[in-house]
Every structure is written in structure tokens, then in C-alpha cells.
Design a protein around this ligand. Sequence first.
Ligand SMILES: *Cc1c(COP(=O)(O)O)cnc(C)c1O
Length: 401
Amino acid sequence: MDSAATRSSSQTIQQFEQFVIPNYRRYPISLVRGEGSYVWDAEGKRYLDLFPGWGCNILGHCPPRVVKAIQDQVTRLIHIPNTWYTEAQGDFAEMLSTRGFGKAFFCNSGAEANEAAIKLARLHARDGRYKVISFENSFHGRTFATVTATAQPKYHEGLGPLLAGFRYAQHNDLESVEKLLDRETCAILIEPVQGEGGINIPSDGFLQGLRKLADENGCLLIFDEVQTCMGRTGTWFGYQQFGVQPDVMTLAKGVAGGVAAGAMLCKNEFAPDLRPGMHASTFGGNPLAMAAGIATIQTIEEDGLLANCQAMSDRFRAHLEKLKSELPIITELRIKGMMVGIELSIPSTPAVAKCMERGLLINATHDTVIRLLPALNVTPEQVDEACEILATVVREMAKEQ
Ligand SMILES: *Cc1c(COP(=O)(O)O)cnc(C)c1O
């Protein structure tokens, strides 16, 4: 048993069966502690985690400066409602704005950040515009508005009627957007790199084209940067990879180094549209999350992690290109910073258990894609080790065909 465990994985699983709603498929392992890109289960087995916290742990598990910032903050103020000012919220908003743009509204999750953006777009449109265009294979969250914006039928089953006013265009297809745009469209909503949809990178000129269409048609361009923020792609925000600035961007996942937090940033001119009384979040911008977010930005900067992100990205690419030329079941590599997608010609799900057996945590998404969202501070040795395990596993899968 691991020193941090008080009971075995199977005991915890039994407790879940009795008391926790079974809305998640879980691996039969209880995790008890983590450090950087490593995590330990109750039985004391160590895993190399290349999907730490579903992408939320942008600095890996328990990054020391984030831990320290939370410890310092927790003894002074834990929560303050938004009817008062706090230094921490102002500081974090300034740090996000100076690395991105505009003004911030804080909340606690990605879905909530996107809700705020959708509300802002409708509030901004004083001429009755209400339609939002999103994209096939997108993922924007699980609340009613954001699951409606999520253009994947599997997420809609049994939930109808969905929110009115959402239209779905094809990714990387400007014509399909043009066809949907009309005088009732208030926003175009897109992930700069689609995450859950399989790490889909926009083709050259696509985001520029959306910018142009949004301007010509008088609607807002919203980038869902929930997965791509905080250096994930090698720049602070995903939009900076493509040279296209949105009017609004939403952040969550890594934004506070693994602490629950979300934010929406909009250009200054749109900020007054979210007027007092129209939107709120009780826990939004709480001092603990803000302190964690500030420490996350400081760590990325002090440790040169944007550069490390790019270097490790190149290292993954070199390893995986070699593997791709060896194994025809790898049909495509889609890599942007610490977003790594490996498209297979066969289902990718079996890779997860096979890697786990060998001490590596990864993710499978969109049926046939192996997805990694490694921490920005992953080391060359860890990349090499992970790619070796992945190679063994994918070779084995190819043989089983
Ligand atoms: C994870 C994710 C969301 C949803 O975030 P939650 O915090 O689970 O609500 C929204 N958009 C994108 C792009 C995501 O990756």
C-alpha cells in the first residue's frame, strides 16, 4: 500500500458503488498522490502521467509554487463574494489581460466560461440577433447551452429539446459557415485547436476567414480556449499561434494550475454588455483559485515553460514520425505544443489499458485518436520513456489486427 493511501483501490471502488452516481466510466484504480508528471495509486504503483488532470494540471501534479501560493492564501481569505474587491482577482485579471487582451469575468469551469460568452454575445446584439454557429466535432461543455453548442450527436441523446438558436458548420470549411450566417447570427464559436474532437488543427487561413466573416456580418468571434490556454500550444493562448484575435475567449482547465477555475476575457469595448445584474458566479474569482492562477503564470514564466513546451513538442513529433513510418495503422499525427493526437485506423481505446499496465497514463478520444496533454514541464527523459511505451503498445495493436 502507498503511504498516502488509507485503503485499497478495491475498497474505494466498493464505496463508490454504494454512494457515488455512476455517470463516469472509471479505471479500477484509486490515485492517492502525485508529483510533476508522476502519480501513484493506492497500491503504491507509479505511473508516468501524460494526461494529468485531463489537461487541467498544466504544470503536472502538485506544482510547488502553486501549492505554496494556495497555502499562503488559505490562511488569509478563502472566499469573498463579488460584492467586494480582492487584490488576487485584480492581479490575475491583469496578468491574463497583459498576456492576452481585454477584461476578465471569472467563474469555475469551462462550461461556465462558455455560458458567459454566449450570454455576452446575445446581450451585445441589441438588434435581436441570437444564433450561434459552432463546429462539428467541437466540445464546449455539458450545461444546456454549451452541450447544445457541442456539435456531436452522442452528447445530445435523450436531452432534448436543446437550447434554440445553434447551428453547426463543418470544421475547416468556410463555405459551410457562410451558408449558415444570417442577420440573426450573434456569434461564431470555435476552439482554436479542437481538443475532445481529436486534436484538430485549423487549416491555413481558416481562422482568418472566420475573423473576416464575423466582421463582415457583425457578429462576435469567440474562441473556446478552455483546453488551449496557459501555454498549452506553446504560446499563452492558442489564438497567438494563428495570428487571429477573437473578440472573446474562454479559459478553464489549466488556467489555475489544476484548481477549479474558469474565465472569459473580452475586448474592452464589449465588457459593458455584461452589465451588473445580468450574470454572476458565486465562487467565481475566489482568492484561492486566483492565487493558484497567479502562481501558475509565474511558474510558466520563471521556468521558461513556453520554450520547453515547444521543445518537447518537437521531441514527440520526432519519435512519433518514426513510429508512423513503421506502422501503417497510424494514419495521421496532429501535434500542437503539448497537444498530441495520434490518429489510428483502428479503435484507440485499447491503447489506454495497455499503456496503464506498463505504467503510462494516456487518453483515447473520438474513437480512433490517442490523445496526450502532457504537463508543460515534462522532461526529455519522460517524453522518451512515454514514446517507447507507446511504440510497444501500438506495435502490439498492429500485430493483433
Ligand atoms: C473541457 C472543455 C470544456 C468544458 O470544461 P468544463 O470545465 O468541464 O466545463 C469546454 N471547452 C473545451 C474546449 C474543453 O476542452
